[in-house]
Design a protein. Structure first.
Length: 218
């Protein structure tokens, strides 16, 4: 939990400085907030510990996010964003391997809280605004509801249920301006993180399609 607080503090400082416009351009800066929903496509998770290295049977699911950002007037094609999004993939029962005569398995769900700083390059003119971007940040991962079993009998692993990890993503899409202050965003992103628990690492990777609204606020 202390490690998570340190990550959050660092990224909060980054966000504060990122969203303070340069003095010479502060009166003309364009700030915005946005909300979005998304759906994962072909998510992948890899379980690694001292005994097993196995792909988990992870299900496609919904995600939801919030962002705030700004675009400076002398660089309309560049935007900076701070973003939070959440997704909680289900893990179907996955057999990791044999422990003596019995098989070891995991199943349940994992919750990922993601805090990202994105840089977006976009075409600023007209109604349609294609964009590409990339983001880095941290993921706070909760696997408390991911249960382990040997031979069908649940057991408590000597492992922490919470971890923070570096996360990164690549983004692309197009915005459609509806009014002067409102736009619809249709996007794609590829996201990855690899939290390290006490004795287990779980790498998460997924593609995601998103649909959102962006509101200009000043």
């Amino acid at each position: 939990m202390k490690k998570f607080a340190n990550y959050l503090f660092i990224f909060s400082l980054v966000a504060v400085f990122a969203f303070i416009p340069l003095k010479s351009a502060s009166a003309q800066s364009v700030g915005y907030v946005g909300i979005w929903g998304g759906y994962t496509i072909s998510p992948d998770a890899q379980w690694e510990d001292a005994n097993f290295n196995q792909d988990l049977d992870i299900q496609e699911t919904w995600a939801v996010g919030f962002k705030m950002g700004y675009t400076l007037p002398h660089a309309k094609y560049i935007a900076f964003e701070f973003e939070y999004f959440y997704w909680a993939p289900d893990v179907d029962r996955t057999v990791l391997g044999q422990v003596g005569p019995a098989s070891a398995a995991v199943e349940g769900d994992v919750k990922l809280h993601n805090f990202m700083f994105n840089v977006i390059a976009k075409y600023p003119e007209g109604i349609f605004h294609p964009y590409i971007g990339a983001g880095i940040g941290c993921a706070y991962v909760d696997k408390a509801d991911l249960s382990s079993s040997i031979g069908g009998v649940s057991y408590a692993a000597s492992d922490s249920n919470y971890a923070t990890a570096f996360a990164w993503q690549i983004l692309a899409g197009v915005e459609f301006s509806i009014t002067k202050n409102l736009a619809v965003d249709l996007g794609y992103r590829y996201y990855a993180t690899k939290p390290e628990f006490d004795s287990t690492d779980i790498e998460f990777k997924t593609s995601m399609v998103t649909l959102g609204l962006k509101f200009l606020i000043f």
